[in-house]
Ligand binder design. Structure first.
Ligand code: AMP
Ligand code: MG
Length: 590
C-alpha cells in the first residue's frame, strides 16, 4: 500500500532512536527556511504525550469534555482533537495541513508507513541498516558509506542534506512511493511477497469454456457473461403498505368510496375515479390513476366509506414504481461475478433457471516425500501422516475447484515424471507439497527439470519461504513448501489469487484491515512475517489482535485456532503493544 501524498512533497526521516532525528531537523529547518521553503512538520509522539499545559484554560476546557479544542491568539492557533478510540490515520493527519501555505511536509517518526524517507544512520547506535529492506528510502545520511545506488550524504553535512531536500522539493516529488520503489534493493535470489504474486498472476490466465448451470448448482461458480434484467423489478407498480390507494389529484376530500379490495396476486382493472379508493395489500398492483397509498393505521372505514382524519398525505407516497429497483435491460451482474447466495436469489427473482458459468477449474494435488504416509495406514517408523494434501483439498473445495487427487507419489524420478505428465493432461493446475527447499534432494525437482520450466523461489516471508512455480507441459504448477502452516500461508498468498484469476473472477482483492496489537510481535526486517492471529473487538469497539501463541510452521493447530493472519511488512522489525498492524481475516477463506 502506498500513500498518495497531498499536492505538495512529503519527506520523512527514518532512523532508530538515538540517531538524533529531532536535533538534525532542528538544525536543518533554519537552512531550509533561509532558502525560502515554507515547512510543515508532522511528528509522531508517544501516546501519553501532551502539547497542552495543565492549568491553562485550553487544558481545563479539554479536560472538562471538549473533544475538539481550538485555541487561537494573534500569533498562532492550535486545534487539539481527542482520539480516545484509535489514533488518527496518517493520510487524515496530512489533510490537516494548509498545503496552500507550505512547500513541503517533513515527517519525523511514522516509520511503518510508506512514503519517501531519508535514512539517518550512526554507527555508534549499533543498529542495522534500514534501506536494504525498505523501498521507501530514497537517500542515506550516515557517518559511514555503504554500497548502494542510493544518493549518500554525510549525516554531519547539513548543507548537503539541505540541498538534497531543496532538490527534492524542486522536483515536486508527490508521486506514489510504489512507483519509485525499486526491486534491486532485494538480493536477486529473493522475491518479496508482492513480486512473487505479480509474477504468478502474469503467468496464469482464465479458463475460457462456459457451460449452462442450473441456478441451484451455481453456488461459488463464476458468471461467464454479464446478466441483463429481462424484466422490470418490480414488474408492476404496487403498494408498499397495507392501506388504501387513492389519486394524487384527489387528496383533499373528506371521505372516499371504497370500490374494491385488492389482495397480492390480484388486480382491479378499472381506472380509479375521483372520490374513489381501493383497499390494497402490500405488493398488490395499484389500479390506473391510483398513485398514492395511505396506510391502514391512518384510515377509518365505515361501510363502504373511508376517511383519513388529519393524516398528512404526500402525493405518490407508499407506492413502488415498476422498474424502480431494476429497469428492463439494465446490467445486473458483470461477467466474472462469483455467484453466492444473494446472486442465486437475484437470478431466480429475474426468472432465470440457468446461467452460463465458467467451467470448474480442475486442480491435481499430490504429496511427495518418503516419510509421508497416507492416513488410515499403520504408522511406520520415522514417518508422518500426509496432512497437506487434505488441507489443500479443503482450500480448493472452498474455492469451488474440481479436485483430482493423485495421492502420495513415491520418491522415484520416473514415477514423478509420469504423475506430472498425467496431471498436465487432466488438470488446469498442478499442486504438490514438500521437496522444494533449496538443497532438497527430492526427486520432484529432477522430474520438474525434465518436464518444464520451474523456478525455485525463496520468498522473503515467514513461514513459506521456498516456493516453486512454473509450467509443466504448459499447465501452471505450484510446488508448495512441506511444512503444514507454510502450505496454508503460501496457498492464501500465492495460489488463491492465481486460482481466482484462472476461474475468471474479476476484481478480487483479499480483505486486509488494521487492528491494534495487544502483544508485542516479533518480526525481522527484510521479510514479511505472517503470524497466526486471533482478532476481536475490545470494550471500546476497537479491533484488536493477538497471536495464537507459539508460531512454529509445523504447528497446524495454530491455523485452526487462528481467525486471521497478522501481516508484518518487511520494513518493520518489531511491533509494540498498541501499534496498528495489518490483519488478513480468514473467515470464509480456509
Ligand atoms: P520439505 O519441504 O520436503 O523439506 O518438508 C518440510 C517439512 O514438511 C518436513 O518436516 C516434512 O516432513 C513435512 N511435510 C512434507 N510433506 C508433508 C505432507 N504432505 N504432510 C505433512 N507434512 C509434510
Ligand atoms: Mg521433503
Amino acid at each position: 500500500m502506498s500513500i498518495q501524498t497531498p499536492n505538495i512533497p512529503l519527506l520523512g526521516f527514518a532512523a532508530y532512536s538515538g540517531t538524533g532525528k529531532t536535533t538534525l531537523l532542528e538544525a536543518l529547518l533554519p537552512k531550509l527556511t533561509e532558502a525560502g521553503l515554507k515547512i510543515g512538520v508532522l511528528k509522531h509522539a508517544h501516546h501519553n504525550f501532551d502539547v497542552d499545559i495543565p492549568g491553562k484554560d485550553s487544558y481545563r476546557l479539554r479536560k472538562a469534555g471538549a473533544s475538539q479544542m481550538l485555541i487561537s491568539s494573534r500569533n498562532r492557533h492550535a486545534l487539539m482533537t481527542e482520539t480516545p478510540d484509535s489514533e488518527a490515520e496518517f493520510e487524515y493527519l496530512l489533510t490537516r495541513f494548509d498545503t496552500q501555505k507550505l512547500d513541503v511536509i517533513l515527517v519525523e517518526g511514522c516509520k511503518n508507513i510508506e512514503f519517501p524517507k531519508i535514512e539517518l544512520h550512526r554507527e555508534e547506535v549499533g543498529k542495522p541498516w534500514l534501506y536494504p529492506n525498505d523501498n521507501n528510502i530514497i537517500a542515506i545520511a550516515a557517518d559511514t558509506s555503504v554500497e548502494s545506488e542510493l544518493p549518500q550524504m554525510s549525516i554531519n553535512d547539513l548543507d548537503a542534506i539541505a540541498q538534497f531536500i531543496l532538490d527534492y522539493v524542486a522536483k515536486g516529488t508527490t508521486k506514489k512511493v510504489a512507483e519509485a520503489a525499486c526491486c534491486d534493493t532485494l538480493s536477486p535470489a529473493f522475491l518479496s511477497v508482492q513480486q512473487g504474486q505479480d509474477k504468478i498472476l502474469a503467468e496464469v490466465s482464465a479458463v475460457q469454456l462456459v457451460e449452462p448451470t442450473h441456478i441451484a448448482q451455481s453456488y461459488g461458480r463464476i458468471l461467464g457473461h454479464s446478466v441483463a434484467s429481462p424484466v422490470n423489478v418490480p414488474q408492476y407498480t404496487n403498494s408498499a403498505m397495507d392501506g388504501f390507494a387513492i389519486r394524487s389529484d384527489d387528496l383533499d376530500r373528506a371521505e372516499y368510496q371504497v370500490v374494491a379490495e385488492i389482495l397480492a396476486g390480484y388486480s382491479y382493472d378499472k381506472p380509479l375515479e375521483k372520490g374513489q379508493a381501493v383497499k390494497i395489500m402490500t405488493g398488490a398492483p395499484t389500479p390506473e390513476h391510483a398513485d398514492t397509498v395511505v396506510m391502514r393505521e391512518q384510515a377509518s372505514a365505515e361501510g363502504d366509506m373511508v376517511t383519513f382524519g388529519d393524516a398528512v398525505i404526500k402525493a405518490g407516497q407508499n407506492v413502488r414504481q415498476a422498474g424502480e429497483d431494476l429497469a428492463l435491460g439494465q446490467t445486473v451482474f458483470d461477467v466474472g461475478t462469483r455467484i453466492e447466495s444473494p446472486e442465486m436469489g437475484m437470478l431466480a427473482s429475474l426468472g432465470f433457471e440457468h446461467c452460463d458459468t465458467i467451467r470448474k477449474l480442475k486442480v491435481a494435488v499430490f504429496s511427495t516425500g518418503d516419510e509421508v504416509q497416507a492416513p488410515g495406514t499403520p504408522i511406520k517408523p520415522n514417518s508422518i501422516f500426509d496432512s497437506n494434501r487434505f488441507t489443500i483439498m479443503g482450500l480448493l473445495e472452498k474455492l469451488g475447484c474440481e479436485i483430482l487427487d493423485y495421492g502420495i507419489i513415491e520418491d522415484n524420478e520416473q514415477r514423478m515424471v509420469e504423475a506430472l505428465e498425467k496431471a498436465a493432461t487432466e488438470a488446469d493446475l498442478i499442486m504438490t507439497s514438500g521437496g522444494v527447499s533449496v538443497g532438497d534432494a527430492d526427486y520432484i525437482k529432477l522430474a520438474l527439470d525434465r518436464l518444464g520450466k520451474i523456478d525455485f523461489w525463496r520468498i522473503n516471508m515467514r513461514p513459506g519461504r521456498p516456493l516453486a512455480f512454473g509450467k509443466v507441459t504448459g499447465k501452471p504448477f505450484f510446488g508448495l513448501p512441506g511444512n503444514p502452516v507454510a502450505v496454508m500461508v503460501s496457498f492464501i498468498n500465492f495460489v488463491e489469487p492465481a486460482i481466482r484469476k484462472m476461474q475468471g473472477e474479476a476484481n478480487w482483492q483479499p480483505l486486509k484491515v488494521k487492528a491494534v496489537a495487544t502483544e508485542p510481535l516479533r518480526s525481522r526486517q527484510g521479510r514479511t512475517e505472517f503470524s497466526r492471529g486471533v482478532y476481536s473487538v475490545d470494550e471500546h469497539g476497537q479491533l484488536v489482535v493477538k497471536t495464537t501463541g507459539k508460531q512454529g510452521s509445523g504447528i497446524l493447530r495454530s491455523m485452526s485456532e487462528a481467525n486471521c493472519l497478522i501481516e508484518v511488512s518487511p520494513a518493520v522489525d518489531t511491533v509494540k503493544v498498541g501499534e496498528s498492524v495489518t490483519i488478513i481475516p480468514l473467515q470464509g477463506r480456509i
